[in-house]
Structures are given as C-alpha cells and as structure tokens.
Design a protein around this ligand. Sequence first.
Ligand SMILES: Nc1nc2c(ncn2[C@@H]2O[C@H](COP(=O)(O)OP(=O)(O)OP(=O)(O)O)[C@@H](O)[C@H]2O)c(=O)[nH]1
Ligand SMILES: [Zn+2]
Length: 371
Amino acid sequence: MHGTDRALFDLRRGQPVHIRNGRSAVIALPVEALDDPALAGLRRLSDEHLQLTLTAHRASVLGVDAGSADCVAVDPGPAADCRRLLALAAAAGNPPEDVPGPCRPANTAQRAALALARAGRLLPAVATVSVAARPQGTLGRLIEQSTMLSVPAHSALEAASDRGVRPVRVSDARVPLEGAEASRFVLYRETDGLLEHVAVVIGEPEEWPDPLPVRLHSACLTGDLFGSLRCDCGEQLRSGVAAISRAGGGILLYLAQEGRGIGLANKLRAYGLQDDGLDTVDADRMLGFGEDERRYDAAVAMLEDLGVRRIRLLTNNPEKISALQQGGIEVVGRDALHGQLTVHNRRYLTAKAERSGHWLAEVLRTEAMHG
Ligand SMILES: Nc1nc2c(ncn2[C@@H]2O[C@H](COP(=O)(O)OP(=O)(O)OP(=O)(O)O)[C@@H](O)[C@H]2O)c(=O)[nH]1
Ligand SMILES: [Zn+2]
C-alpha cells in the first residue's frame, strides 16, 4: 500500500507513474498536470499511441459509447496537445471539435491510474502510454533507481477504493466556540496521511442527551470560511454548532469532503460550468464524477471511536442517514438545518431538492431575500 500512496502524491505533483499489470504496463500522467513538453516526453516513451482514460460519465458527455464499462480509453489522435486533452477531459458545451478516436474499456493499469487520480482529488482524466512491465534502457533505470515509481495495478485499485476507512485519533484541545463554549476539537488522520477530519465535541459527555445530536458537515472552504452565497454551508455550520449546544451537547464531524468529495480544484471547475448554465449535479457529471462522491466510513469510525451509537442527525440529506445506518449507527431522528435562501443559492438548493432528493421544500417555499 505504501507504494500506491506515494504514487498518488506523485500524480498530484505531476510526476509520471509506472503502473504494471502482469506483463503489460502504462506510464500515467494526470491530464491536469500536463504541459506540452511533458506530453511529448510521455509520447517518446512508447511506440504506441498515447491514450486518454476517462470515466464513463465523461465519455457519454463526449458522445462516446462506453457500453457497460465504468471507464474507457480513447485515442485523442497523434496531434492532440495538452489543451485538446484538457478540453476532452473537462470542457463544457458540445464535445470539443470532434469526438476522439477508437474507444475501448480501459485496461487494468489504466483503471488503476484513473482510480489514483480520483482518490487524489484530481480531474478524473489520465494520459497513458503502454510500456513493458519490466522496461529496459532509460525507463528501466529510472524505475530501478526509484526516480519513477512503479506500482502494481491491483494494489493501486485496492488502495484507491479503500480510502477513508481508518481515521486515527491524533490530538485534541479545548476550543471554546461562539455559542458553544464547552467545545473540544479532536483531530483524526486517515492512515495514509492524506485526509484529516475533525470531531467538534460540544458539551460534557456525561451530561449528553440520548439520542445524541450529531451533524456530519462536509468541508466547504468557500462557504464555511468566506461565507460564499453560492451555497448554504457556512450558515449550516454555525447554526449546526448552535443547535447542538442548545440541545445540551453533541458532536459535529467536520469532514474533509470538499466539493462533495471531488476536492476544491474540481468544485471550482464545476462552478465555472454552472456559470455556463449547468446545475450542480450535471456540472460534476460533466467533469466525469458521479452525483455525490462522498463516503461516510470515516464518519462512522469516528463516531464509534467517540462511543456514540444512538443519534439524532441534523441534516436535509437522506443519503447521510442511510450511510450511518448501514455503518451500524442508530439514527432515531432527524432535525432540519436550513440556511437562508438567496438569489445566488436558489438554483443550487433547487437542484439538491429535485435531483438529489434533499428535504428542502420548506426553505424553497420562502422568497429569496438576500443577494
Ligand atoms: N461538487 C460540488 N460541491 C458543492 C457545490 N456546492 C457545495 N458543494 C459541496 O457540497 C458539500 C455540502 O456539504 P453538506 O452541507 O455537509 O452536505 P449536504 O449534502 O448539503 O447535506 P446537509 O447539509 O446535511 O443537508 C460541501 O462539501 C461543499 O463543498 C457544488 O456546486 N458542486
Ligand atoms: Zn458550500
């Protein structure tokens, strides 16, 4: 697993990684890290055409039939430069210029490369060239000297799908909050070192009500910290803390799931697509993601570590309730948590209600007052 964690960081740094499966292998680079010299360097490593691995979601946006495959490899053509690859990976509107060449289900090494890019919160689009599993010459030397990392595809796939299940308690401190003075922050770090989550423990556990008020709050830098009007997150965060405190204590889990798990870079890309007319769900799809990429294994593990089994959840999102229940947490009730409706977030909240089934009808009935 160690090697694959390092591979993920190398891809994030724009370093190529050798991913092998049996006797075949690919050298992979994320599309968002490509410039033309890097692309030319990648092409020089193989006699075969460079391929672009995309999710089936993205393939369908490009008018490519992915069949039953969840990711595909397409041939962008020998003249494709990095702008064209980026357009194939992320541009909105009609497919850029023309549909890319032959398409087939991605092979195991390409799937592994895509899985690592996703786990690293990169745009899910990877350029690959085929090489030998044990290459000779310069490439062989680079791998031998560990200048280029080589990882088995199956462990990359396993590591990428297994992320987020083992958060470990690292440190904690008293952090009095406005409206919830008796609060402690408990930091958890996932074992691969990539993500950190915080449990905000409010009130005195000996005096906690049963069932315990709990909020799972996914990180939103723009809303939580800067009060962005595009979403309701900042208000939900503050009113969540206040509601838990008023109820006699409980827990807010602040989860490193920026942008519903696609990361801030991709959320900002998605905002650009929303400004071009897409709603929040279609914008994520356009980039190759599903409607919601979040998993709640880390939340379940943190609640277990904190000794919590019976809760009332502060949420409008039915998915959070079922994920916790599936994880063995007893959710005996739900409390709504609404922010203000504004002209800036009306479309976002409407899409959450209509596309993702969030319980927001009540707030959408009010008139937009702000913005
Ligand atoms: N991809 C994407 N993420 C967004 C967008 N707007 C907000 N987010 C993210 O959506 C998440 C919202 O988190 P939460 O408020 O905890 O979750 P929720 O699904 O709305 O559920 P409740 O608030 O519990 O009802 C945060 O991670 C935000 O960063 C958007 O347009 N696109
Ligand atoms: Zn937000």
